[in-house]
Design a binder for this molecule. Structure first.
Ligand SMILES: [Zn+2]
Length: 488
């Protein structure tokens, strides 16, 4: 047994997600990414003495929607607390957060792996807080402050509504952690509660990682990994930490509880601070904010707006439609594409062919032209018509491809094109036999080669017959007839 097989990794994920609202959490400043530093600020989000916060109802509704989507409990009573700490990017020296009575409790994230295995990870809680400002640490030498290092602070982000989503330590591989994050991300995106863009910082995540011997009951000492800037780097960072901890334990060392920062360029994590420096945040209820009472009517109203969730769609596509895990995921990861696909299936009642067309030729055309499929000139009704023509063997796949390219240019109904231009497939054996005989007669050398054992020239002959039929011959029939005549 390898060292790796002796241990079970135990992973918990904490995600911070900026909520998509018009204004910040407790003031009327715009909640927008970017802009000139310190232009989206007011006395409330700058923490001026005497300024009073007012909660943003839209952010609270987003929280309830997310909680319901993950099957969490929405307690009737919740409150905001002050988390006290001194840090330069926190203008008030405390952050408004939620301590012991968060807006949602429990729930689970259902996720799936590339091979289609469906798993779930329970959530401890999702709570609501405000984001901090952003500091940029700069060195000396650019002449701003002679000879000294300094930090620049931008408070535009201070006070943006922030959801913190904490998972139970129930994930056991880097691959599962990434699949969990993907499921979380696509759910929040589908709900419209966040942009969940890691590159803009509207989704940030930390991983708690420990390892224990396979037969041990107690958890090992955990470390917290920070600074991952993509799902890929989350996977790499977790994998690297699992290996580091196992190597440490195997060589007789012990894991120290600490926070480690991931260095993407070098593929290693480095110690940032040990547990001894942990803060006592002295939480207490925020006296400026009244507790939140969440009515059951509001909860049910919000539940009614959730729509079909990504994991429900995934189960429909795979279990009901028989589409593979990968194409199903490809479809639902693009919500407008998934809706377009659903409309085709509703008409064609042929999910597999619909998925083939949408993810195959149609996606290729969309990529080549830089236009989303849902915005293209190919309507779901016309694509369903095309699928019906292929299914009925009225046209072969070659003609279908050509028609689709013309539909992309705005040619309209494929049925009308087939009827108007006589494109229907020739399945009449006598007609095809005529084409075959002509081609064999015109290519005696190739026929002789074939009969002498060079069977790879058969493809050329099939191509010639198809050409003679102007692409309309039924390819299966062409193959059968050619084979028979060449044998004979
Ligand atoms: Zn403000």
């Amino acid at each position: 047994m390898s060292a790796r097989e002796k241990y079970v990794p135990v992973i918990g994920i904490e995600c911070h997600v900026e909520l998509k609202t018009a204004t910040k959490m407790f003031c009327g400043c715009p909640n927008e990414f970017g802009g000139e530093p310190n232009t989206k600020v007011c006395p409330v989000c700058l923490g001026m003495p005497g300024a009073l916060p007012v909660p943003n109802a839209a952010a609270i509704e987003h929280m309830i929607a997310a909680g319901l989507a993950f099957g969490a409990d929405i307690p009737a009573f919740s409150k905001f607390d002050r988390k006290n700490y001194f840090y330069p990017d926190m203008p008030k020296d405390y952050q408004i957060s939620q301590y012991d009575m968060p807006l949602t409790q429990g729930g689970e994230v259902r996720y799936w792996l590339d091979d289609g295995t469906i798993k779930s990870c329970r959530l401890t809680r999702i709570h609501l807080e405000e984001d901090t400002g952003k500091s940029t640490h700069a060195g000396s030498g650019d002449g701003r402050i002679a000879g000294s290092a300094y930090s620049l602070i931008d408070f535009n982000r201070a006070g943006v509504p922030l959801m913190e989503c904490v998972s139970e330590p129930e994930i056991h591989s880097a691959q599962d952690a990434v699949a969990y994050l993907e499921a979380l991300r696509r759910t929040l995106l589908a709900l419209g509660v966040s942009d969940v863009k890691m590159e803009e910082g509207s989704l940030r995540c930390d991983a708690n990682v420990s390892v224990r011997l396979a037969d041990a009951k107690e958890l090992g000492t955990k470390t917290e990994i920070k600074n991952m800037n993509s799902f890929r780097s989350v996977g790499r960072a977790i994998e690297s930490e699992i290996e580091r901890q196992i190597a440490l334990l195997e060589s007789g060392g012990r894991v120290v509880q600490e926070t480690r920062g991931w260095d993407e360029a070098n593929g290693v994590s480095v110690s940032m601070r040990s547990k001894e420096e942990a803060h006592d945040y002295r939480y207490f209820p925020d006296p400026d904010l009244v507790p939140l009472e969440i009515s059951r009517e509001d909860v049910e109203r919000i539940r009614g707006t959730l729509g079909e969730l990504p994991w429900q769609r995934y189960e429909r596509y795979t279990a009901e439609y028989g589409i593979g895990p990968k194409p199903a995921t490809q479809l639902l990861d693009n919500l407008s594409l998934a809706r377009y696909f659903d409309r085709i299936v509703a008409i064609s009642a042929n999910p597999q062919q619909s998925a083939n067309f949408v993810l195959g030729d149609l996606s290729r055309l969309a990529n080549e032209n830089g236009i989303a499929i849902a915005d293209s000139k190919v309507s779901p009704e016309h694509l369903a018509e095309l699928i019906a023509l292929v299914e009925a063997k009225t046209i072969n796949s070659k003609i279908a491809k050509e028609l689709l390219a013309r539909m992309w240019e705005g040619a309209g109904s494929p049925k009308a094109l087939v009827e108007g231009e006589g494109l229907a497939q020739t399945s009449d054996p006598a007609a095809i036999e005529g084409f075959v005989d002509d081609v064999l007669a015109a290519n005696p050398g190739v026929v002789a080669d074939y009969r002498a054992g060079k069977t790879n020239v058969g493809g050329f002959l099939v191509g010639q017959v198809m050409k003679a039929s102007r692409g309309k011959a039924d390819p299966a029939l062409v193959n059968a007839l050619l084979a028979r005549k060449l044998q004979g």
